[in-house]
Design a protein around this ligand. Structure first.
Ligand SMILES: *Cc1c(COP(=O)(O)O)cnc(C)c1O
Length: 347
């Protein structure tokens, strides 16, 4: 039995989701004629209380379209050092939008209104890039699935308003945060100029992300999506999977969170673990005690067909998702508890 904690992107569509995909009414979405995509975009914009939505092939594309749409070349984007838009999108901020980045060192991926305020360049100083956009990530991936407090986002919104900056949310795992905190999509919809959400992570759809914003913003985003090569045709089967995910796979995220907490608790007291970051949602990030490295644990677990990634020379990450069953969690915890001495390659 393969137990795959590498990412919540590895989920496969359930039989019920596949059934919904087969039933989807289809048309050419570049002409705006795919009924399933139009339904999904309408449903999502209603859910968030935002004017419009755009279905895209990936979360990288929704983020990159948003950055491109909010900025001009030479502008500066403010975000956390660990943010996905900076770490994992292939340098797209420079490549696609021609922007520079002001990186802030937040707390487990979360930045504060004070930090944002200090990161804004003085208007009128010709030496400086024009600060234009702030991008937050909720939950923060490299922060171990940490969640923003809504009050902090409200404070950041005020700073943005004061300085005329746009505010984007990389909400790849926003539903994990909403389920963990009991929040509502509309709370976020009213605070951000644009929101990206992933349907292909813990929600379990095979492909797809949504970008949300005003009608005018989404109209301009639709043009950029075409330029980026993301205009799809009869992609309603994918949208139907996304709609199914939003209807049936949101509340169950709480189960992933319980599973993640249980695995973290098993790891916590192992002699080869230095520390486990607080587990708020479905991601566990832990640090190996020297001289052990993540590779030592990966090698050990691989013998049981349990997979996960190292994210730095000291840290590794486990992500819990729809395809991780209670039996898999039980087996993983049993195996962790049974480790007597972890072989160490550095010793
Ligand atoms: C996965 C992810 C994305 C988007 O990734 P794609 O693989 O391009 O869909 C964006 N932001 C965060 C924080 C992510 O974890």
């Amino acid at each position: 039995m393969r137990i795959d904690f590498r990412s919540d992107t590895v989920t496969r569509p359930t039989p019920e989701m596949q059934e919904a995909m087969h039933m989807a009414p289809l048309g050419d979405d570049v002409f705006g004629e795919d009924p399933a995509i139009n339904a999904l975009e309408g449903m999502a914009s209603d859910l968030f209380g935002m004017e419009a939505a755009l279905f895209c092939p990936s979360g990288t594309m929704t983020n990159q379209i948003a950055i491109k749409c909010h900025t001009q070349p030479g502008d500066e984007v403010i975000c956390d050092l660990d943010s996905h838009i900076y770490q994992y999108e292939g340098g797209g901020i420079a490549f696609n939008a021609g922007c520079s980045v002001r990186l802030l060192s937040g707390d487990r991926g979360r930045i504060t209104a004070e930090q944002v305020s200090e990161g804004i360049n003085a208007v009128g100083d010709v030496h400086k890039a024009v600060s234009r956009l702030v991008s937050l990530e909720n939950t923060a991936n490299r922060g171990g699935g940490s969640c923003y407090e809504l009050t902090e986002i409200e404070r950041i919104r005020e700073v943005c308003d004061r300085h005329g900056l746009a505010l984007h949310l990389d909400g790849a795992r926003l539903f994990n945060a909403l389920v963990a905190q009991g929040g509502s999509p509309r709370d976020h919809g009213r605070l951000f100029d644009s929101i990206s959400i992933c349907l292909s992570k813990g929600l379990g759809a095979p492909v797809g992300s949504l970008l949300l914003g005003t009608s005018d913003f989404i109209k301009r985003s639709r043009r950029i999506r075409k330029v980026f090569g993301g205009g799809m045709r009869q992609a309603g089967m994918l949208a139907a999977a996304g709609q199914f995910a939003l209807e049936h796979h949101v509340e169950r995220l709480a189960e992933d969170h319980r599973h993640a907490a249980a695995i973290a608790a098993a790891l916590e007291h192992q002699p080869f673990i230095e520390r486990v970051l607080p587990v708020e949602t479905n991601i566990i990030i832990a640090e190996m005690r020297q001289p052990w490295t993540p590779l030592d644990l990966q090698t050990y677990m691989q013998a049981f067909d349990i997979r996960f990634f190292a994210i730095s020379p000291r840290r590794f990450r486990l992500v819990v998702h729809l395809d991780i069953t209670p039996a898999m969690v039980e087996r993983t915890i049993g195996i962790i508890n049974d480790i007597n001495t972890l072989p160490c390659s550095q010793a």
